[in-house]
Design a protein around this ligand. Structure first.
Ligand code: ZN
Ligand code: ZN
Length: 338
């Protein structure tokens, strides 16, 4: 087996716009699923409250108990909160952009690290410019892929320090304005919240929240989601993969990633209906049935490296200015009129 030294380059445009167009031609009533789900705010309130309740319960516990609570409960709840931030990013809760942003910042609280606003900036570009290395933050840096490549130890290290690797990608994405008033607000809110947790509950509660954050996007079965979404895990050039396993229940259907890329304006609770309505478009694609299985396969399988990603140069018809609007419905539908 030869080690890969570069990504897989594609001449094709990203697959989602074309599929959306075909599906809507065949099933125009799917448009009815497009809309907001304001009830999602109650899921956010429930998740934030449960994290704070456990943070309070473990305030005097030993670090072993805290670690177990974080790994077996906190990581799942925090991961679900990232999914909630993702919903807000696509403005799937409320009509008002600012209301979605405040909801995202509220969902961000137990993470301690400010991520809600910067996620919005980078994630919308991931949709509009999938596979464009200078704009898609989901793609690893070239040095990152070279460093980790297909080694077991490297991949454990990569997942363990996933938040750090993600942060290093900001310097690559020069075209995206990183800092603004919203980011500052996000940072201030997180600092004040963290100080309040420390003052009222103490270090052990901070530790619980931090460990929960760390594993919710890393060395944990829910961390396999980052591999599931766009790594070439099958012997094909299929670019996006869905996960249809049971953890979708605690992950608010975030596994339906092909469906989400095809219809980014449909809220989490309606994603399974897309596949149900148009099974011939999704059942013919490769998908994953277990995050845990994929987690171990990714670590041990030397045939999967960080270079197993599709990269393209062609930006398509989307302009940078289009994507400053968070409503991807507009961005996504523009090429559909062709
Ligand atoms: Zn994606
Ligand atoms: Zn998205």
């Amino acid at each position: 087996m030869t080690k890969k030294t570069d990504f897989v380059y594609s001449q094709e445009s990203e697959p989602h716009r074309l599929r959306t167009k075909k599906i809507l031609q065949e099933f125009p009533h799917l448009r009815k699923l497009i809309g907001k789900n304001p009830l999602t705010i109650f899921a956010i309130i429930g998740l934030v409250s449960s994290m704070m309740l456990v943070a309070w319960l473990v305030r005097d516990q030993s670090w072993w108990v805290i670690f177990a609570a974080a790994y077996f409960f906190g990581a799942f709840a925090n991961h679900a909160l990232f999914v909630m931030i993702h919903e807000c990013t696509h403005m799937l809760l409320f009509k008002s952009h600012n209301a979605n942003r405040w909801a995202a910042m509220f969902a961000n609280l137990p993470h301690l690290m400010p991520g809600a606003i910067s996620f919005e900036k980078y994630h919308l570009k991931h949709h509009s410019f999938q596979g464009i290395h200078e704009l898609d933050a989901d793609l690893p840096n070239k040095w990152e892929a070279k460093l980790i490549n297909n080694s077991f130890v490297g991949k454990v290290f990569w997942l363990l320090f996933f938040p750090v690797f993600q942060a290093t990608r900001v310097s690559r994405l020069k075209e995206i304005d990183f800092f603004d008033g919203w980011l500052l607000t996000n940072i201030v809110v997180q600092v004040v919240f963290t100080a309040a947790v420390w003052y009222f509950l103490g270090w052990h509660s901070i530790g619980f929240l931090f460990i929960s954050f760390w594993f919710s996007i890393g060395l944990h079965p829910v961390g396999a989601r980052w591999v599931q979404e766009h790594y070439l895990t099958h012997d094909s050039e299929q670019e996006t993969y869905s996960y249809y396993g049971k953890l979708n229940i605690v992950a608010f259907n975030v596994g339906f990633h092909n469906e989400h890329h095809d219809f980014p304006s449909i809220p989490w609770n309606k994603l399974p209906q897309i596949k149900k309505t148009a099974p011939e478009y999704y059942d013919t694609l490769y998908s994953h049935a277990s995050w845990t299985k994929l987690f171990f396969r990714f670590l041990f399988d030397r045939e999967i490296s960080l270079f197993h990603r599709i990269v393209r140069k062609e930006r398509g018809k989307v302009k940078m200015t289009d994507t400053s609007k968070p409503d991807l419905e507009l961005v996504h539908e523009e090429p559909l009129e062709v």
